[in-house]
Design a binder for this molecule. Structure first.
Ligand code: MG
Length: 161
């Protein structure tokens, strides 16, 4: 088995008509996520977890920020790049465990949409996609200004489900 671990953190800027994108799911939010790409930090952290398990650089090496090619890029393309590498090595994802930390909005309502999206992107059964939702407990300055995501995954040589 291989273990992968990934983390991402983005700044938020207050916006009355803001939105958040998590695993491709658009969620209304009182801010926008500052990012060079589309800012889908769950896909970023997941991509880094896969890259780490593969011993193959990281998302920044494969998709450098600050260049025209990656500006506004759909982060699903980044994830698919690393999922393809898994297949090329005949490796199979066993499960994903995600922790998201953000103050607002309360994401519990979106938990299953996000999990379903991850299951669809990876081909995993839904019960192999875990999502824990936390807040910063009001601790400033992170509480109003940041969103964080951790992803751990296990990868095997063949399907274990
Ligand atoms: Mg990122």
């Amino acid at each position: 088995m291989l273990i992968g671990s990934g983390f991402d953190l983005h700044r938020l800027r207050a916006s009355k008509k803001g939105a958040l994108k998590l695993a491709g799911i658009n969620i209304p939010a009182p801010y926008v996520v500052l990012a060079h790409s589309d800012g889908d930090l769950l896909f970023h952290a997941f991509s880094d977890a896969l890259a780490s398990a593969l011993g193959d650089g990281d998302i920044g090496a494969a998709f450098p920020p600050g260049i025209k090619k990656t500006r506004g890029m759909d982060s699903r393309r980044m994830l698919d790049h690393f999922l393809k590498k898994l297949k090329e090595r005949s490796l199979i994802l066993s499960n994903i465990s995600v922790v998201l930390t953000v103050e607002k909005p309360r994401l519990n309502f979106y938990r299953d949409d996000i999990r379903r999206s991850l299951a669809s992107a990876t081909g995993l059964p839904l019960e192999r996609v875990g999502l824990t939702i936390k807040t910063f407990e009001g601790i400033e300055p992170l509480a109003p200004k940041a969103i964080m995501c951790w992803v751990n995954c296990l990868i095997g040589e063949r399907a274990s489900f």
